[in-house]
Design a protein around this ligand. Sequence first.
Ligand SMILES: Nc1ncnc2c1ncn2[C@@H]1O[C@H](COP(=O)(O)OP(=O)(O)OP(=O)(O)O)[C@@H](O)[C@H]1O
Length: 134
Amino acid sequence: MRMAWNDKQTEKNRRFIQSLTHALYGLKTVIKEERNMKYHLLLGLSAVILGVFCHISIAEWLWLICAIVLVLMAEMTNTAFEVLVDLVTNKTYHPLAKKVKDMAAGMVLLSAFFAIFVGMIIFLPKIISFLVGR
Ligand SMILES: Nc1ncnc2c1ncn2[C@@H]1O[C@H](COP(=O)(O)OP(=O)(O)OP(=O)(O)O)[C@@H](O)[C@H]1O
């Protein structure tokens, strides 16, 4: 049975463990190869540490984790689009390729705006009251 990603498998996964292995490989690849993904992870981790430090509520945790995961998912989708476009165009210029890549990049930007908005709603009042109360 073919299990690993390096055996040039192209047929459908037959077992859950195969699907899981490939999904984890996808995650590992995007973290390893995409500089922006590393930045998003670092910022997400910083927000989590700030959340612990500020003792945020359960509802705030849910919004924060939702925002972080949304940005990571957008970055992964953007990267998948970039790879697919490069595969199809063989890195030659095409106006439709530009459209796809720019729209995918716009999706990341939109998710980042949402994350900044959520972060400000959660942390700004706490930071202000911390500074004022000193
Ligand atoms: N084949 C192509 N045809 C036309 N325009 C392209 C093509 N490939 C890239 N571009 C343009 O160049 C930009 C950068 O493309 P690239 O693949 O380097 O994305 P990127 O800078 O790695 O994106 P990110 O910053 O999200 O990692 C795209 O947003 C697009 O405007």
